[in-house]
Design a protein around this ligand. Structure first.
Ligand SMILES: C[S@@+](CC[C@H](N)C(=O)[O-])C[C@H]1O[C@@H](n2cnc3c(N)ncnc32)[C@H](O)[C@@H]1O
Length: 212
């Protein structure tokens, strides 16, 4: 998802800064998310895109705080706009790259993690950039509570196969796995923008849930 730079969209984002949108020194919130967001379990979506999933989940689950992380600033605009329009108080968007997640979250500070339609990085030499690569898994293990869950959805069969191997190698326990989520009995409370687009084209949606 690459957006053409739009100065008006960028300018509009400043109105959300420090409210629906957090950017800059995210390290300062490490260990303090409960103070900022309130005393509830914290769920993260890495690569939240335009925010349909994270806002949908926040609306369904007022008992949970949600944070979406998105590395493209202008994409964040659509997510923060949804939060404000729906008057959601239990979700914010972090503009930044999740590559150093442990700088932003303390050990066991996160209750649950979501990866939805992550960039596949198909070239082998880019494998380390995949959000299911082992170095990311090590960070997830640290920030998640013991026995914390990761839910992963993707249309990309190659990324799914790679990720299953990484999860197995890392010793994660599988509690769900399917190559056709939409025709399975597994729960799928909210669809993402990419999910709607690809399933609308007839693509199967891969899904698994693992425990750290
Ligand atoms: C293919 S899009 C999917 C968006 C959304 N999850 C969906 O399913 O509609 C992947 C998104 O992840 C973001 N992203 C990729 N790597 C990231 C990283 N390391 N940290 C934060 N965001 C990232 C991209 O900018 C992009 O918006």
């Amino acid at each position: 998802m690459r957006l053409r730079t739009n100065p008006r969209r960028l300018a509009a984002l400043s109105d959300y800064e420090g409210k629906e949108l957090l950017s800059g020194e995210i390290e300062k919130y490490k260990g303090k998310w409960r103070h900022l967001l309130g005393d509830k379990p914290l769920a993260l979506e890495i690569g939240c895109g335009k925010g349909a999933f994270i806002t949908g989940m926040a609306a369904l689950h007022p008992e949970i705080n949600f944070l979406g992380i998105e590395s493209q600033k202008e994409v964040c605009y659509y997510a923060v706009k949804k939060i404000r329009e729906q008057k959601l108080t239990n979700v914010k968007i972090i503009f930044g790259n999740a590559v150093n997640l442990c700088d932003w979250f303390d050990t066991a500070e996160v209750a649950k993690l979501y990866l939805n339609f992550s960039d596949p990085w198909p070239k082998a030499r880019h494998a380390k950039r995949r959000l299911t690569y082992r170095t990311f898994l090590s960070q997830y293990k640290r920030v998640l509570v013991p026995q914390g869950h990761l839910r992963f959805k993707t249309d990309n069969d190659g990324l799914f196969a790679f990720s299953l191997e990484e999860f197995q190698e890392f010793g994660l326990k599988f509690i769900a796995q399917t190559t056709d989520l939409h025709h399975s009995a597994y729960e799928n409370e909210v669809q993402t923008e990419y999910e709607k687009r690809f399933s609308g084209l007839g693509k199967n949606i891969n899904f698994c849930e693992v425990v750290f």
